[in-house]
Design a protein around this ligand. Structure first.
Ligand SMILES: [Zn+2]
Length: 192
């Protein structure tokens, strides 16, 4: 078995279970990731040693990404987030013709030198430090929440003090401006 085969095999299976639209996107990213198996070696080792679950989170940024593949490594608290990114290659408007060399009739393009969006990815390791539950009762929480009333009050006072300082600064500025404008008016009147 080739190194990384387990991960790429599982990912392939996962992709084949997705909707046709997502599948088309994921296939392009799969092929790009397969070219970078060496940079994914920590992930690949983790997958060889442990079981995994794969999830696909669609883009939530309005088109800045193609979503994220999440790989959960069993019994480790580790997760790999592989952010799928579009790599815009603005190489020129396509006016390929059937007689051009390498013309692909399905894609109606030679696929070399025209605008296209290539796949790219960024991989991150997320390590969980555990899940920790609140140890108090509800009324203990009420008690500590009350402290925040003091925090918010102090914060608002600070904001108003800053605004006040700014207003004094502007008052000075306009007072100086007023003097300058008065001088200007006086000069203009004298000229006339
Ligand atoms: Zn073209």
């Amino acid at each position: 078995m080739q190194f990384g085969e387990k991960f790429f095999g599982k990912l392939k299976e996962f992709i084949l279970g997705e909707s046709p639209d997502d599948m088309a996107t994921l296939i392009r990213h799969y092929e790009n990731m397969a070219d970078y198996a060496d940079v994914l070696s920590t992930l690949l080792v983790d997958v060889e040693e442990h079981g995994i679950d794969i999830d696909y989170d669609k883009d939530r940024t309005g088109g800045y990404t193609d979503g994220t593949i999440q790989v959960y490594i069993h019994d480790t608290g580790r997760r790999y987030d592989i952010k799928l990114l579009p790599d815009d290659r603005m190489w020129g408007y396509c006016d390929c013709k059937p007689e051009d060399e390498g013309y692909d009739p399905v894609n109606r393009c030679c696929g070399n030198g025209c605008d296209w969006i290539a796949p790219a990815f960024e991989a991150e390791v997320v390590t969980s430090l555990g899940v920790y539950k609140y140890q108090g009762n509800q009324r203990d929480m009420w008690e500590v929440e009350k402290k925040w009333d003091e925090h918010t009050k102090a914060h608002r006072i600070k904001c108003y003090e800053k605004k006040l300082q700014e207003s004094e600064h502007y008052a000075d500025y306009y007072a100086r401006q007023a003097v300058a404008w008065e001088e200007e008016i006086a000069n203009l009147k004298e000229e006339a």
